[in-house]
Write a protein that binds this ligand. Structure first.
Ligand SMILES: C[S@@+](CC[C@H](N)C(=O)[O-])C[C@H]1O[C@@H](n2cnc3c(N)ncnc32)[C@H](O)[C@@H]1O
Length: 227
């Protein structure tokens, strides 16, 4: 989601944060995220535009609760390759997708820039190698994975897609669940699997009040990496 869209679509919980919270973000995160913010922005627009970053890095438990009540549709999990050696989950969060990859791959690597979310993932899935990193420059060798995946994280960003392909072995797959702009992927030859949107399981009222209506992942786009 680009910055302008993030400002426009900030969930109601943005009021929970202030400019002081932006200043509390880890230095490297602040540098990465401020690169998206145009000069001269008001405090309100910055807080709105960085809402999700503030949640992931300062309130990771809130994201983990939301993810718990937005499960990935089982048909999408079933459509992913299985019996593979190495799978990578980029922008893994607290492990909503990673938990399924461990049943399909012998070794799973999770990349996640938020320390709080990475620690949750590592506690929940100790068999996974959890690394800090950004999708634009993955800390991984070329062709390391047969499946490189992400859930709820990316759209057709050329720099990110190039990195996802770089770390995927020839004949392997890149799979994005709940991608931004799935139509773009479909029109560029990616296989698209869509299941009807489904209701989130019963959950505490604060989650809607903070994040707005829940929308469990119900789209997958997948592409084979040629040699
Ligand atoms: C919507 S959450 C999805 C988390 C997890 N994949 C899931 O499905 O629950 C987006 C995640 O992407 C991470 N993230 C945001 N920008 C990133 C980037 N440029 N590179 C890698 N991860 C990023 C965030 O820290 C957050 O954990």
């Amino acid at each position: 989601m680009d910055y302008e869209e993030a400002v426009a679509k900030a969930p109601p919980g943005w009021r929970h944060f202030t400019a002081d919270d932006i200043a509390r973000l880890p230095r490297e995160v602040l540098e990465h995220e401020m690169a998206r913010v145009p000069p001269g922005e008001s405090e309100e627009r910055m807080v709105r535009g960085l809402f999700w970053t503030l949640v992931y890095h300062l309130e990771p438990g809130k994201w983990a609760e939301l993810a718990r009540f937005e499960p990935i549709h089982p048909d999408l999990v079933a459509a992913l390759p299985d019996s593979i050696e190495v799978a990578v989950d980029v922008a893994a969060g607290s492990g909503r997708l990673t938990q399924h990859l461990v049943t399909r791959a012998r070794h799973v690597i999770a990349i996640e820039p938020s320390e709080g979310l990475r620690e949750m993932l590592a506690r929940r899935l100790p068999q996974v190698t959890a690394l800090a990193g950004w999708a634009e420059s993955l800390p991984l060798d070329d062709g390391i994975a047969e499946l490189t995946s992400a859930c709820g994280a990316f759209g057709p960003d050329p720099a990110v897609l190039a990195e996802l392909r770089r770390v995927t072995a020839a004949g392997g797959h890149v799979a994005l669940l709940s991608p931004e702009d799935p139509e773009w992927f479909e029109s560029h030859g990616w296989r698209r699997v869509t299941v009807p949107a489904f209701r989130a399981p019963d959950h505490p009222a604060w989650i809607d009040e903070f994040f707005g209506p829940l929308d469990p992942p119900h789209e997958l786009v997948m592409s084979r990496v040629d040699g």
